[in-house]
Design a protein around this ligand. Structure first.
Ligand code: NAG
Length: 393
């Protein structure tokens, strides 16, 4: 490639994505380095940085001095990056030689709400089974989408919720959750697939609860037998204070169609800045919707029992548009499940694995050194992974 091609490509990438900033945090991705391989950021009151990929070619400098790199930030456990503390100052993130690396760097101020919540990173062939007592857990990922399964716990009404933000903005009134369980049953019988780089689960309470998170293709939303299905524009953020900002995503369109017999169907959508040429097409039987425009505009619709033929199609045409759609199928009593038999095209049998993380593991004060609270367990063993075989076909 000629230099001119590279400059052109870089400028295209630059105009397509912009960094995503929250009141207490920022998220930087490879696209934010495009062109110069450098990007400045500020730590106001000191901050902690987390990243989803190790690399010694991605460094953070301060006044020209190397402070840390992605290897150090990940520090030993790729599934649960230790993070790295930076004193208040101006910093530069620099790529010094790994052009192909996609990453998500989460920079969060120490005064942020829920500071110190755990951060997890599912890997290519191994997800994380989170067994935590904390109310919030954050997941970083450069994969197309994250897939949540196995929610267990005694959830308060309206929980768990999943926000497309770090822990600092999760639960903020200004941010719209991507997934919100209507009931205990909805929580246990939903497996949301969400195509976005940063996600935080708000379990709604401090206490024993589990969830498993695996990498997944964006175009494989889990529907068979699920009572809640969510769809979002790839890279969705969902907060009023940074409206128009989206995470970088390798995916630019969303499409699905299925048929289902259910006791009810609830549609809940929030959409923002959808250009006329990128309206979200959504159809339930003879009801056609083409949502466009919007300023975090919401729309809800309830359908009583019936058979539902559903279509959904969207392609991104502008950098700032976003939407999130939740479909809840009516099965308030578990017994009603049999009536939600889906005549969907069969979801392929999925075999995923997860390494358990959470309360069994405690961070020792020595960075990168993990010890367990349970003496019968090795501190960190890939091969003690729980193998989840999920058959939804
Ligand atoms: C979490 O999973 C473990 C098994 O790994 C189980 O023993 C525990 O009961 C689960 N917690 C809840 C709240 O269901």
């Amino acid at each position: 490639r000629t230099m001119r091609d590279l400059v052109f490509l870089a400028s295209v990438v630059l105009t397509v994505y912009a960094r995503v900033s929250f009141p207490y945090s920022e998220v930087l991705q490879a696209s934010d380095l495009a062109g110069t391989e450098k990007v400045n950021f500020k730590c106001k009151n000191a901050c902690r940085v987390y990243v989803d990929k190790p690399s010694d070619h991605h460094i953070i400098t301060r006044h020209g001095n190397v402070i840390t790199d992605f290897n150090t930030i990940v520090s030993g456990n790729v599934f649960a990056p230790a993070g790295f503390n930076l004193p208040p100052d101006d910093y530069v993130l620099e790529n010094v030689g790994d052009m192909g690396l996609d990453f998500v760097l989460y920079i969060v101020d120490r005064t942020a709400p829920h500071f110190g919540s755990s951060v997890y990173v599912p890997q290519q062939n191994l997800g994380v089974a989170i067994k935590d007592r904390a109310r919030f857990v954050t997941i970083l990922s450069s994969f197309e989408a994250m897939w949540f399964s196995g929610f267990t716990g005694t959830f308060p009404e309206g929980f768990p919720r999943i926000y497309a933000t770090g822990f600092d903005a999760a639960g903020d009134d200004m941010c719209n959750p991507v997934f919100q369980a209507r009931s205990q049953h909805h929580a246990e019988k939903s497996w949301p697939t969400i195509p976005t780089a940063v996600l935080t689960v708000d379990f709604g309470f401090i206490g024993a609860h589990n969830v498993t998170v695996n990498r997944r293709k964006a175009k494989q939303p889990m529907k068979n037998g699920a009572v809640t299905t969510v769809y979002t524009s790839p890279g969705y953020v969902g907060c009023l204070f940074n409206s128009g900002q989206n995470y970088n995503s390798p995916v630019s369109n969303v499409e699905d169609s299925f048929a289902v017999i259910s006791e009810s169907l609830d549609i809940n959508i929030v959409y923002d800045s959808l250009n006329a040429n990128e309206a979200l097409h959504f159809r339930v039987n003879d009801n056609n919707y083409n949502w466009a425009g919007g300023t975090y505009t919401s729309f809800s619709k309830y359908f009583g029992a019936g058979s539902f033929d559903v279509d959904l199609a969207w392609t991104r045409n502008t950098i700032s548009s976003s939407w999130a759609l939740q479909l809840d199928f009516g099965v308030e009593q578990p017994a009603a499940q049999t009536t939600t038999a889906r005549s969907l095209s069969a979801t392929p049998q999925i075999t995923t694995q997860s390494v358990s993380l959470g309360t069994e593991y405690t961070k020792s004060t020595k960075r990168g050194d993990w010890s367990t609270t349970s003496t019968s367990r090795r501190s960190y063993t890939l091969f003690s992974a729980i193998v989840l075989v999920c058959i939804f076909a």
